[in-house]
Ligand binder design. Structure first.
Ligand code: MN
Length: 240
């Protein structure tokens, strides 16, 4: 999970520096690995290097390896200070190893976090077409992948087949009702781990307790309140 523009800027700064301070006959390499829950980017060059006595200065603003009056290596001197800032904004670290005349190696490490790259898949089991459309519209509008079923049997089949992250289960369904479907899902090891949230009619006393007893993680009362709906869905997805 990262800001793509800032990651690009980090790479651009490190690579353009490496190229700037490396003669045409030299070599610049970039490598990246993802291991131990960290992303590691290594930019190595065989360039002029950074003298030991100057190494403590290079992340300071406006520092240039050569003075600004020397036009051999033009630049603002902000590149590495900014790069360090951008890396730290991602909870990461930047280090380097350098030897005059031998070259420089920069190592960036950033924690890998699960991000929104994986879209959550929600199965909505609901026989009322307008409720179904409403739920689908709101969920899709918030980036979820949505599947629907309009009766219990179809819901059960789709749950097994699609393995959604969350099921919104209407309790009043034609044929096999929501409580029965939920019990069947919870009794089947291939679907037992899928979170089920009951869609319950406000008026029906006791239906919430029944839903929880059947294995639902919680319930959302109908009619669906749009303002609360996405927050409720997200909370259920994050809940252990
Ligand atoms: Mn219904």
């Amino acid at each position: 999970q990262a800001d793509p523009r800032k990651i690009k800027q980090i790479l651009y700064n490190l690579l353009s520096n490496a190229i700037k301070f490396t003669p045409a006959s030299g070599k610049v390499t970039v490598a990246a690995t993802a291991a131990d829950e960290a992303l590691r980017i290594i930019v190595h060059d065989s360039g002029i290097g950074i003298a030991k006595e100057l190494q403590h200065k290079i992340f300071g603003a406006f520092y240039q390896v050569q003075s600004a009056s020397n036009r051999e290596y033009p630049g603002t001197g902000l590149g590495l200070a900014l790069t360090k800032k951008l890396v730290e904004m991602h909870g990461g670290t930047i280090e380097f190893d350098s030897e005059t005349g031998q070259g420089t190696t920069f190592t960036v490490e950033m924690p890998l976090r699960p991000g929104p790259s994986k879209r959550n898949r929600v199965l909505v089991v609901e026989d009322n077409p307008s409720n179904l459309d409403l739920a689908r519209m709101v969920l899709e509008g918030n980036g979820f992948a949505v599947d629907t079923a309009s009766n219990g049997t179809e819901g059960l089949e789709k749950a097994r087949h699609l393995q959604p992250d969350l099921i919104l289960m209407d309790m009043q369904l034609p044929g096999v009702d929501g409580l029965t479907v939920t019990r069947q899902l919870k009794a089947d090891p291939t679907t037992a781990k899928i979170k089920v949230v009951a869609l319950t009619a406000n008026a029906l006393k006791g239906s919430e307790e029944q839903a929880l007893a059947a294995g639902c993680s919680g319930y959302i009362a109908k009619p669906i309140e749009l303002k609360k709906f996405m927050l409720q869905v997200t909370n259920f997805l994050e809940k252990e």
